[in-house]
Design a protein around this ligand. Structure first.
Ligand code: ARG
Length: 272
């Protein structure tokens, strides 16, 4: 069960919904049960520590969304490209994430000031080929994909997100080992769907229905052959099972009030 993977997480000490920057947050300002959030975060942490190494970054008061470490930036080998958050509410997180990587000897670089980019929320490495799936439309801008391609020299496939509820790529798309991909096709525009279908053979595409997508089933932490999600239907578990993966479900309802779940709460460190 134990994999060579490593993830970065941030304890939910200051987690809350204190502003609205995505549709999931509407009606949830100050509605977080922090004790329950801590319990749910701890359950995810315990599952992941059995599967991989988990490292922690110190939470910061005034940065309630810092628990969503997926958005810290993009890791590639020993390089780290720090996010440039679209909304000022999350920009306070940037230096803390930059410091964490700097202190550990990573080669840290910044996006140009005027180019919003939200890290592994919108940039996901394929698990079968060296390509990087990058999405814009809500948070990151298209130009960020060009900066990544130029600076990190990877083959970037640019996708466009069209449904507000799926505002980050990792809410509707998840590359799995062996080149499989979990995705919710309706979250993308037609050219993007075609771009995915051109590159991933039908037998490796696991298209997820709306109900699973809204339960954040695509927001999966993949560790080897295990896929950890908030909640998934029997059909999802069967489809993922046919591809050779087992599904672990752990409720993350408090984090969904902020628009995030399992994958958003982690940043994979062993990349590239
Ligand atoms: N409230 C956070 C935001 O809107 C949630 C981030 C979820 N993270 C993710 N990688 N999808 O930025």
């Amino acid at each position: 069960m134990r994999t060579p993977h490593a993830f970065l997480m941030c304890p939910p000490e200051y987690f809350d919904v204190s502003y609205i920057i995505n549709p999931w947050m509407h009606g949830n300002v100050r509605k977080i049960d922090n004790a329950l959030a801590k319990q749910q975060w701890r359950a995810l942490y315990d599952i992941l520590t059995d599967l991989a190494t988990v490292r922690l970054v110190h939470p910061q008061p005034g940065s309630p969304d810092m628990v969503f470490t997926a958005n810290a930036g993009l890791v590639l080998g020993r390089r780290f490209l720090v996010s440039r958050f679209r909304y000022p509410e999350r920009q306070y997180e940037e230096p803390y994430f930059a410091d964490w990587f700097m202190d550990r000897g990573y080669e840290v670089s910044l996006m140009p000031r005027d180019i919003p980019f939200e890290g592994a929320g919108d940039a996901l490495l394929d698990r079968g080929t060296p390509r990087l799936w990058f999405a814009h439309g809500h948070r990151s801008v298209a130009a960020a994909g060009e900066v990544i391609a130029a600076r990190l020299g990877c083959d970037v496939v640019t996708l466009r997100l069209t449904d507000q509820r799926f505002y980050h790529l990792d809410t509707c798309f998840c590359p799995l080992e062996g080149g499989h991909v979990l995705y919710y096709p309706e979250a993308f525009d037609a050219p993007s769907r075609a771009a995915i279908e051109r590159r991933v053979p039908a037998a490796r595409r696991i298209a997820v229905g709306e109900e699973d997508a809204l339960a954040f089933a695509c927001n999966a932490v993949a560790a080897g052959r295990t896929v950890v999600v908030n909640r998934a239907s029997a059909a999802f578990v069967a489809a993922v099972g046919r591809a050779g993966f087992s599904v672990v479900q752990t409720p993350l309802t408090e984090f969904m009030k902020a628009g995030g779940s399992a994958k958003c709460l982690t940043l994979r460190l062993d990349e590239g």
